[in-house]
Design a protein around this ligand. Structure first.
Ligand code: BDP
Length: 333
């Protein structure tokens, strides 16, 4: 089905085998529901696998009444489209990056600040703790029409391009680098001296092929599974962003579920947060190996201080109104 047709249907993100769609909560709660889930990544990718496993648990716990149908590999469009479909209830579950959620829930944008987290352990402590819970709640209480279920690891993002290895801020001069659709990222790349170009993940390969951009930035698994090394072989460990993923549920579909089902989904989602993490670290290692075998030229960036200094204006612009939250994140040890 084409994306547009899919949207036109306007179904509540569920394929109910009874006439449960659109009925008030108690009737719908009893109906058999297939929750549509989507991800930009392919089957086997840690985030996809974690949601597939979550679906199996739901199926077992409800004797098949609740299940998850996964649409991987951008089958339902890029992240922007995924968010929109979850908002209108055309799909139930979307696994998205916090990246594009920043403009929707301003506090979330703090996770999108360059060099926000010291390392994976710091990021994990933040998302597993009170701040993580508060931000999921902020999202659920916002006008975004989404329920925040859980977080997932997505490692560190590094710059890659088809011209040369990046060692210093100067090396980025003149390079057109694709960034996720959120002004904070374009500003980040521009303050580093490159030219940030915002576009969807679904448009990136085409943009690299046609020279609209010279490269992009992402973690090892996205670079490897998307085969981006074929278009941009210099992968430089700039480590400028560490952005967790977020699993969201359509608020419209959520409202048709019983409290018991909502609690069950929350429970398996929290488990998915930890399960994805284990899968993530395995996949990072495998992806690094595969991309190098496929010809990627990976380099360390010895001195990151000039990169950190260069993004100061981004912190001033996006962080000023969230100083207290930033301090709390930094205080997490
Ligand atoms: C990947 C995220 C994915 C984003 C993509 C991007 O897993 O959700 O869509 O980056 O750069 O790391 O758009």
């Amino acid at each position: 089905m084409k994306r547009r047709d899919f949207l036109k249907l306007g179904v509540a993100g569920i394929a109910a085998t009874s006439t449960g769609i659109g009925l008030p909560a108690p009737a719908a709660a009893q109906a058999k529901m297939v929750l549509k889930a989507t991800d930009v990544h392919p089957l086997g990718y840690p985030t996809v696998e974690a949601v597939v496993r979550m679906g199996k648990k739901l199926e077992t716990a409800t004797n098949g009444r609740l299940s998850v149908q996964m649409y991987p590999s951008m089958q339902l469009g890029g992240e922007k489209e995924m968010i929109e479909q979850a908002q209108v209830g055309a799909l139930a579950i979307a696994r998205i990056s916090v990246g594009p959620m920043g403009p929707i829930v301003p506090e979330l944008n703090i996770f999108n600040l360059p060099f926000m987290f010291r390392d994976d352990a710091h990021m994990e402590k933040v998302i597993d703790g009170a701040i993580g819970d508060e931000l999921l709640k902020k999202l659920s209480d916002s006008s975004a029409n989404l329920i925040g279920l859980c977080w997932m690891n997505a490692g560190t993002r590094n710059v890659y391009n088809n011209k040369k290895p990046i060692d210093s801020v100067d090396d980025l001069k003149g390079l057109k680098i694709r960034m996720m659709g959120n002004p904070v990222f374009v500003d980040t790349m521009n303050s580093l001296g490159g030219n940030g170009v915002a576009m969807g993940f679904d448009q990136l390969i085409n943009a690299m092929q046609t020279g609209v951009v010279d490269g992009a930035e992402n973690n090892y698994p996205s670079y490897e599974s998307g085969q981006h090394y074929r278009y941009a072989k210099y992968y430089s460990k700039t480590g400028h962003l560490m952005i967790p993923e977020i699993l969201v549920f359509s608020k419209r579909t959520w409202a048709t579920l019983s409290k018991e089902d909502q609690d069950l989904i929350m429970k398996v989602a929290k488990e998915a947060q930890q399960e994805e993490r284990a899968l993530w670290y395995e996949r990072e290692k495998e992806s690094l190996k595969k991309m190098v075998e496929a010809g990627a030229v990976v380099n360390e960036v010895a001195d990151k201080k000039p990169f950190q200094a260069a993004v100061k204006p981004v912190w001033d612009k996006y962080g000023a109104q969230h100083q207290a939250l930033i301090q709390r994140i930094q205080d997490v040890k």
